[in-house]
Design a protein around this ligand. Structure first.
Ligand code: GDP
Ligand code: IMO
Ligand code: MG
Length: 423
């Protein structure tokens, strides 16, 4: 069997959590390969809404094994809170969750540093979720980070002290107030809690599962346009959110990658700072936000909204080798009589392009749109055979432009509001 990868093609929040949950019964293993508690993955079923930050979205499926891979950054405090929230659902989390010893630990000073760095940037701030993502990946790459496996070593407290001391030195030149005793105690309690779980060499685990014929779904976090290399740098996250990240974040060789599910909204959203060519700053954007309930799953911040952007989707499809597309939140466009599709960009020198310019931040990018008729009706309860013709037209137009089939359409947040398309 292969490792299939599911990842966001835009700026995150495409609906990855919902779809991983929908697809999980087809998979033996679901594995997160990057990111950390900056992610907020929403799942809805039986009238209950769940938001997961650290735990893979296969956790509600009783027979699915869930892996937090080595590419992830893990905050034991967020992890503990999340596990405690799940307790009332009587899941066998201890049996079904496996955590890589090589995953990087987020310690409380990483969150403080995140705040300090954002404050220092002033108006140029990234708009980080302030979960300590950047500083923890910085320590990983700087070869001084702590890893999950370290919590099992006899001198963990010493290692923890050594790293926090390094951070305190940096924090001295920033004006951040904190109560270290409380933070330390909360962290050490959470570390103890973490020790009860299966802390493993996940690269061996995943490869043994592959060898045994198991099917594996790698669950991406964030989106390709937030990737550390290919996103709108520096307004990005600090990990590899693309397909290649699944190889390094799980220890899977490229030859084992199978399908690549590219997930996107029928329009665009972005939370935090950074370029967004099709952003709607007017009343239309406000209506989109309201209709799509576009408020961050992790921070509650309003998401910026705009029309679909084909040059950036084409770019993400290219980088990821997407084999099938999944279109989410089609129902949000129900209220628009006409729908705009950005097919090209006009740059400040008057040139027209379909590629993503290197200079995004200081370039004025004007989207060039085509306009199609909306369907102007509810999609509640529709099936493959009863799609409004305008919706079919929208889908077919995107498939033609993007040159990849759209095999799934989502028309609401619930598990059941999902249409599998055969093409
Ligand atoms: P993720 O980070 O990619 O998992 O996405 P989020 O969970 O952060 O954001 C997606 C939001 O859209 C969540 O509130 C979902 O419940 C919701 N959602 C997912 N699919 C649909 C859909 O087809 N229609 C509508 N209206 N909401 C959806
Ligand atoms: P999911 O997995 C949307 C954004 C932040 C900020 C930038 C850097 O739910 O799709 P960071 O906390 O990583 O330092 O923030 O990236 N961001 C996300 N936006 N969805 C996410 O995750 C995000 N994770 C980070 O808003 O602009
Ligand atoms: Mg999210």
């Amino acid at each position: 069997m292969k490792v299939d990868v599911l990842l966001g093609l835009q700026w995150g929040d495409e609906g990855k959590g919902k779809i991983v949950d929908v697809l999980a019964p087809k998979y033996d293993v679901v594995a997160r390969f990057q990111g950390g508690p900056n992610a907020g993955h929403t799942l809805e079923f039986d009238g209950i809404k769940h938001v997961l930050h650290q735990i893979p979205s296969g956790i509600f499926r009783k027979t699915t094994k869930n892996v937090i891979g080595n590419g992830v950054v893990l905050d034991p405090i967020v992890f503990k809170t999340e596990i405690e929230k799940l307790e009332k659902f009587k899941l066998d989390v201890k049996a079904n969750l496996f955590i890589s010893k090589k995953a990087t630990l987020i310690i409380p000073t990483h969150r403080l540093l995140d705040q300090a760095y954002e404050l220092a940037k002033g108006v140029n701030k990234i708009g980080s979720t302030l979960k300590g993502i950047g500083p923890s990946y910085q320590d990983k790459i700087g070869r001084q980070g702590l890893r999950v496996g370290d919590v099992l070593s006899a001198n963990f407290s010493e290692k923890f002290k050594k790293l926090s001391d390094i951070h305190f030195e940096i924090l001295k030149s920033h004006n951040i107030q904190f109560d270290w005793n409380a933070l330390e105690q909360q962290f050490l309690e959470a570390v103890n809690f973490l020790k009860q779980f299966k802390l493993i060499d996940s690269e061996y685990f995943i490869n043994a599962e592959l060898e045994a014929g198991s099917s594996i779904l790698a669950e991406g976090a964030q989106g390709s346009l937030l990737d550390i290399d290919f996103g709108s740098y520096p307004f990005v996250t600090s990990s590899s959110t693309v397909t290649a990240g699944a190889c390094t974040g799980l220890g899977v060789a490229p030859k084992h990658i199978g399908k690549v599910y590219g997930i996107f909204k029928a329009y665009s959203t972005r939370v935090g700072s950074g370029p967004f060519p099709t952003e709607l700053l007017d009343e239309e954007g406000e209506r989109m936000r309201k209709q799509g309930n576009e408020f961050g799953s992790t921070t509650g911040r309003p998401r910026r909204c705009g029309w679909i952007d084909l040059p950036s989707l084409k770019y993400s499809i290219m980088i990821n080798g997407v084999t099938q597309l999944l279109m989410m939140k089609a129902d949000v466009l129900n209220i628009f009589p006409t729908i705009k599709i950005c097919t090209k960009y006009k740059l400040s020198d008057g040139s027209i392009t379909e590629t993503i310019p290197y200079e995004l931040v200081n370039e004025k990018i004007e989207p060039i749109y085509i306009e199609v008729n909306g369907w102007n009706k509810s999609l509640e309860g529709i099936t493959n055979k009863e799609m409004p013709k305008e919706l079919t037209h929208y889908i077919q137009l995107l498939e033609k432009e993007l040159n990849v089939p759209i095999t799934l359409l989502s028309t609401g947040p619930d598990r059941t509001q999902t249409i599998h398309r055969t093409v």
